[in-house]
Design a protein around this ligand. Structure first.
Ligand code: 173
Length: 322
């Protein structure tokens, strides 16, 4: 072989290596959401994916396989743990079977930015590492509360005789008020209401229009309570396999995602007005009773977490109240 030919082969080899390295640089992560696609609690995650796919060209991309049609909501946490998916939009309430402490996330109402500074995120991260083999990338909706929606009017804070659809978020408080609970994924709420299987349900102040629930809802009980938590979780092996540049794309997008929290106040206001127009009337109690309800919700929420996870539960409570 002549020198020229050797050089050509060498160059071709180098180019092939460079191309190979280039390809290895871009990874594609598989994503799911535990809420219906394009609805309130998936929307911002979908915007996050668009941002990552724009900013992460040649580095990291996200392949969005969708919501509950692709995977049942209560299985999403385990799918992250076992790396069936790499990244997910999911609330802690949906994986308390794997991590009882996840039930405490609704009781922590500080923004993600504050939780990063005061040690809360560090503990939440550690728990997700240990129990879910996951990295906790972002916290959404800290400033969106929950309500109990009803189809029967009640005139005192007593749910005796009422059957309420719950998830772990509302189970303890509904039972403490004397109600009976039925746990279902969001996808089953409409039918349960339509058939009169339940007299009410827990849900956030926003989002009931996404699934047509206004058609089967008469009242919204005040006051609002707790704090919605929807996290972005990344399988820990996936996370550890990323290089610094790839992690930066995701970290920056996570901070951007958390900044979207500023949109929530207006959204809450407009959804409350929309509920009124749709004929959903508030059920209101005196200031004293409302305060007692909130105190009870907080107390039973923490008691339940601490019972299941005494040490971590107490630590989380101390951080939440700091
Ligand atoms: O009501 C629910 O399905 C639920 O528990 C929840 C929690 C956080 C965000 C969205 C839904």
């Amino acid at each position: 072989m002549g020198d020229h030919m050797k050089k050509v082969l060498l160059l071709a080899g180098l180019l092939a290596c460079a191309a190979g390295a280039g390809q290895a640089q871009e990874v594609t992560l598989k994503a799911v959401t535990s809420f219906a696609e394009k609805t309130q609690f998936s929307k911002n995650f979908e915007r996050f994916i668009e941002k990552v796919n724009a900013d992460g060209k040649g580095k990291v991309q996200i392949n969005y396989i969708g919501g509950p049609r692709a995977m049942p909501p209560f299985e999403v946490g385990n799918a992250v743990r076992t790396k069936v998916v790499d990244i997910a939009n999911v609330t802690g309430a949906f994986y308390t079977n794997l991590m009882p402490e996840a039930d405490a996330l609704k009781l922590i109402s500080k923004p993600g930015s504050a939780q990063r500074k005061d040690g809360t995120f560090a503990l939440i991260e550690q728990l997700h590492n240990q129990k879910l083999n996951a990295h906790y990338l972002a916290r959404q909706f800290h400033n969106v509360p929950f309500h109990i929606y009803m189809n029967k009017k009640i005139d005192k804070l007593d749910f005796t005789g009422l059957k309420i659809r719950v998830t772990p978020v509302y189970k303890d408080i509904v039972e403490a008020m004397g109600g009976t609970t039925v746990t279902t994924a969001p996808g089953e709420v409409y039918t349960a209401l339509e058939r009169g299987v339940v007299d009410g349900y827990g849900w956030r102040v926003t989002g009931i229009f996404d699934l047509g629930w206004e058609k089967v809802t008469k009242f919204r009980m005040e006051p609002a309570f707790y704090s919605v938590e929807v996290g972005v979780l990344v399988n820990l092996d996936t996370w550890n396999s990323l290089n610094a540049e790839q992690k930066k794309v995701l970290d920056d997008a996570a901070i951007w995602l958390e900044a979207l929290e500023s949109e929530n106040d207006d959204l809450i206001k407009s959804e409350r007005e929309r509920q009124t127009k749709a004929g959903i009337a508030p059920i209101e109690f005196s200031a004293v009773d409302s305060k007692a309800f909130l105190a009870k919700a907080n107390e039973v929420g923490w008691a339940s977490v601490i019972k299941k996870a005494p040490e971590n539960g107490a630590k989380l409570r101390a951080l939440a109240e700091k």
